[in-house]
Design a protein around this ligand. Structure first.
Ligand SMILES: Nc1ncnc2c1ncn2[C@@H]1O[C@H](COP(=O)(O)OP(=O)(O)O)[C@@H](O)[C@H]1O
Ligand SMILES: [Mg+2]
Length: 247
């Protein structure tokens, strides 16, 4: 099986001396192709820190990360940037769309930044917007969209380069219940219909039910005793696991 990303015994410390804090403590796991993995953990458990490391935006204090089999620490800064851009896209709680650009221009922006010509790839980008239910919105500006639509635009932008892996950090945290549910169905479809992989980190039990696999991060460590299998998990199973872990 091909793994898009592998984490081997990751540690991340913050601070020095007596103030030194272990944010991640020996985290190991992998995400396969066409797999939807969710890492659940309460606020402060190290979820965002972990995604930063996996994306090469930050470096671990110890341990090893591979993206598509390449050890990130062995790449030059430039190679790491190129690998990150082609391997993964990233979405957050906040959408970070540029207000003066249309939906289609926002989605094409990463291509422009990478020195490509988004206008030459318009048909593909419009196809991506269609998949995300945004076909009618390509010429709209961000302020004309709902929160759920803005998040879907940011997902399209994250995957505009054809990246196989989406990292999603609390992507429904700023959305209504209904809009959040729509975004979760979109993420599921990206895996089932588009063959991408999703790594979601969240503290939302409902969102976890969409994943193929739910891991639990507690104080910077992945639980060795508890792991759930989906998709189609009942939300009660997630609540039970959280209660058993006392988080
Ligand atoms: N740059 C930093 N300096 C100091 N502490 C940090 C830094 N980044 C994160 N932390 C701490 O690390 C812990 C985990 O943070 P984070 O990864 O943001 O958790 P989560 O995303 O699960 O809420 C928190 O206690 C946070 O305060
Ligand atoms: Mg976070």
């Amino acid at each position: 099986m091909t793994h898009l990303v592998e984490a081997h015994d990751l540690y991340r410390f913050q601070g020095e001396g007596a103030d030194k804090l272990a944010i991640l403590r020996g985290v190991s796991f992998a995400v396969a192709e066409r797999e939807f993995t969710c890492i659940m953990g309460p606020s402060g458990s190290g979820k965002s820190t972990l995604l930063h490391l996996l994306s090469g935006l930050d470096q671990p204090s110890a341990g090893r990360i591979t993206l598509r089999g390449k050890d990130l620490a062995k790449l030059s800064e430039n190679e790491r940037t190129l690998e990150r851009r082609s391997a993964l896209g990233y979405v957050f709680q906040f959408f970070n769309l540029l207000p003066n650009l249309t939906v289609l221009q926002n989605v094409g922006l990463p291509l422009a930044i990478a020195g490509k010509h988004p206008e030459h790839e318009e048909a593909r980008l419009v196809g991506l917007l269609e998949k995300l239910g945004l076909a009618q919105k390509r010429s709209s500006f961000p302020h004309q969209l709902s929160g759920g639509e803005m998040q879907r635009v940011s997902i399209a932008r994250a995957l505009a380069g054809g990246q196989p892996l989406l990292l999603a950090d609390e992507p429904t945290g700023n959305l209504s219940q209904k809009a959040g549910l729509e975004v979760m169905h979109i993420l599921r479809r990206l895996v089932d219909e588009d063959g991408r992989s999703v790594l979601l980190v969240t503290h939302n039990p409902r969102d976890a039910t969409f994943a193929d696999r739910v891991l639990f991060l507690v104080d910077g460590e992945l639980s060795k005793s508890t792991e759930l299998r989906g998709p189609g998990l009942h939300v009660d199973r997630v609540h039970e696991a959280l209660a058993a872990l006392a988080i």
